[in-house]
Design a protein around this ligand. Sequence first.
Ligand code: SF4
Length: 273
Amino acid sequence: MRVGEKTHHLLSDYLTERKSWLVDVSRIEELKRVIVNEMKMDFDISKTRDYTTYNKDHTFWLSEHYYGEQVDDRLDEVIAKVLHNFDVFLASEWHEKVQHYFTFAKTVFVEQPRQKNFHGMRVDLRSIPVLRDLNIMAAPDFGVVFSDDKYLIIDWKTGQEKLESDDITDQLKVYALKTLMKTKRPLEELTIETYEVYLPSLRHVGGYITQSHIDAIIQKLEDDMNYQKQFLVDQDIVRNEPLPHTNFPRTLSEKKCATCTFRKVCEDLKKFE
Ligand code: SF4
């Protein structure tokens, strides 16, 4: 039910204002009311939407409503999760830190998830010959430029925590690569620190970027690209080889299937396999 998306909107709304001025308690409550009203309105639109026709102006929908499930009783719980994520952030040392950055850093970037800037999201890979034709979009939630050679990147997370990883994730490596490409300088001249911060647990993973992280993500992107290329017909990027369904094994995780947008299609397809 879009807990992550709505948490990101609320955080971004708050941080965008806090970047320019002090936001008092009554304004914080107002921002919360706005997101609660939005969630209720979105939910109603999703619930009453006609799913038998396509309307490009209807951009919000929940798979639960598409599948005709009765989920009215879950809305309050979902709203409470979003507000709790935000409250936990406000009471955390990360809140203290970002306020400090707003005051003392050279530049602070707050992602605007409500207005996607696809041009700004693009990672410029033209200086890496093996990746020069690859198009990657990446926009971290929060970035700090302390000076021309010192950077901090933070991504807020609300989904399932990667319990096994205390290292730099691939997503963080891509953000670091994007920063590196923008500076057009070698990593040895820079310090890039990067974290994923989970809400509401406040657990974080990440650290300082090293050349081996950069080399690893370049290699991973190249490997992934080459893997995809094998399905192209005559190396034409529009014509793809259809693959047998056995190339896409189903997950054994019932938890993943319960919220998967394709769960009905997936079930129906079993009859033809
Ligand atoms: S329902 Fe979704 S997650 Fe589950 S096996 Fe099918 S496609 Fe995968």
